[in-house]
Design a protein around this ligand. Structure first.
Ligand code: ADP
Length: 455
């Protein structure tokens, strides 16, 4: 803007002289332009403009178009105009004017929107802002004259008066307080106190949204814990079933071979045949029990609903952020819209928690972990978790997905196998590759849900 004005000033002056080299009227143009710049610009800009103007005029003077006196006059008048019209608080001009004209309205609306009460020296409410009516659930006239400690039991402004005087609004020790409301559940508030010349001023902060969010995070956390326990039990059962299948099968085969010999061993053999048959049946049953247990534990994760991925991720974000907080690792998301996909909310959140926790554990302090989401075809949406850790060597890829194999002390080695089971129950595959920062990038796809598709 300033540059345009500056160029305008120079152009106007030159144009003026070219149109009517000998006239004085066009000289007014640069003078007016200088005035405008002086109001909007700083001193340096004004000086630069005047210098430019001078240089231009001197050149023209040399070519014999105008008189030296004209140049001196234009420069002088420009500088004088700049001096008269210059406003040092340039960036504040707009705001300052606005503030001056609407100061009281701005303050009034700010105060109205902030829950504050003013007390008299006895601690009775003498003024209450409209926002505080909502918190107390009482009209203005129902608040006047009421002792504040009646509405907020246990709060005595005098107790905090001496210790925290002159400090502006301060948070007295002993928060949080509860507001007693007529026919309504009590609410938790934080109180800020100031001792103004008009009396004690109290600002109230409704803690309900914060407490509700904490409660929701706690609830989600305990749900995720439960799902984790079930999932890891399922994974262990699957591993056990897989591992035990072979020895159980081999033992059954040996028994079978022994039975063949028993058939030829007469009456004693027949009795042994019956007993070993029972043993073989029990052995097969053992295998079935383990397989059945896994099925039962994984049965829950079959219902895929139509959900917006970004909302599902936002929901679990406070828990993900906590995983990186100690080591100052930021958890960031970048999910393309539209992001309507088919998923089991809690199971998918569990998978993300597992991947993000691994990513955080592998990442250097102060780095970041990125959760991305974007469509890869018109039917599938890719979700990825990227980090800047050491990554996974190609020859280790199969190994890391195996249950109960971990490089961490105290690691159970179940995170990736549980995640893989969850991803597979969503019809996808869990893959690992290199992230854009050279770390690991775990990704999988979810089915895109159509807008008009039924739940
Ligand atoms: P755990 O975390 O208990 O070790 P996992 O199954 O989640 O179990 O992970 C198995 C192994 O895979 C980890 O011990 C680690 O060596 C490796 N791993 C998992 N995620 C990453 C990652 N993002 N970067 C580097 N290595 C990883």
């Amino acid at each position: 803007m300033r540059l345009v004005l500056c160029a305008g000033l120079v152009a106007a002056s030159l144009a003026g002289f070219l149109i009517e080299p000998s006239g004085k009227l066009p000289l007014l143009l640069p003078v007016m332009a200088t005035a405008i710049i002086a109001r909007l610009g700083g001193w340096r800009l004004v000086s630069a403009c005047v210098a430019l103007l001078w240089a231009g005029l001197s050149l023209l003077t040399l070519s014999g178009f105008v008189m030296v006196a004209d140049a001196i006059m234009v420069g002088g008048v420009s500088a004088l105009t700049a001096l008269l019209t210059f406003r040092p608080e340039r960036p504040l001009i707009g705001m300052y004017g606005l503030y001056q004209s609407t100061e009281h309205e701005v303050l009034r609306s700010l105060l109205a929107a902030t829950p504050i009460v003013l007390l008299d020296q006895e601690g009775r409410i003498k003024r209450a802002s409209p926002a505080s009516h909502d918190i107390f659930q009482r009209a203005d006239e129902q608040l006047w004259g009421i002792p504040f400690s009646e509405l907020v039991p246990g709060f005595d402004h005098q107790e905090h008066a001496r210790a925290e005087s002159e400090a502006g609004l301060v948070k007295p020790a002993g928060n949080n307080w509860q507001i007693i409301r007529p026919d309504q559940p009590h609410i938790d508030v934080e109180l800020w106190l100031d001792h103004t010349p008009d009396g004690p001023l109290i600002r109230l902060v409704d803690l309900t949204p914060r407490l509700t969010a904490d409660e929701q995070a706690r609830e989600l956390h305990s749900q995720l814990n439960k799902v984790w326990r079930l999932n890891s039990l399922g994974e262990m059962a699957a591993t056990l079933a897989h591992e035990l299948n072979q020895p159980l099968g081999a033992a059954a085969a040996y028994l079978h071979a022994a039975q063949e010999d028993m058939k030829t061993a007469g009456p004693l053999g027949e009795s042994a045949l019956r007993t070993t048959e029972l043993a073989k049946a029990q052995m097969l049953r053992g295998g079935q029990i383990i397989r059945r247990m896994r099925e039962l534990l994984t049965m829950e994760m079959r219902t895929l609903a139509k959900e917006r991925l970004s909302l599902v991720v936002d929901d679990v974000l406070p828990i993900l952020i906590l995983t990186g907080q100690d080591r100052n690792i930021r958890i960031e998301t970048d999910i393309a819209m539209p992001d309507l996909v088919r998923l089991d909310r809690i199971q998918l959140q569990q998978a993300l928690v597992n991947l993000v926790r691994n990513a955080v554990e592998a990442s250097p302090n102060g780095s970041r972990v990125l959760i991305t989401g974007h469509p890869v075809t018109d039917r599938s949406f890719e979700v990825a978790v990227e980090d800047s850790g050491p990554g996974i060597a190609p020859d280790q890829v199969d190994r890391v997905f195996q249950p109960m194999i971990s490089t961490k002390s105290g690691g159970m080695g179940l995170g990736l196998s549980v995640t893989r089971t969850i991803v597979e129950s969503h019809g996808g595959n869990l893959r690992v590759g290199a992230s854009r920062w050279g770390g690991a990038r775990f990704s999988f796809t979810l089915a895109i849900a159509n807008q008009d598709e039924q739940e």
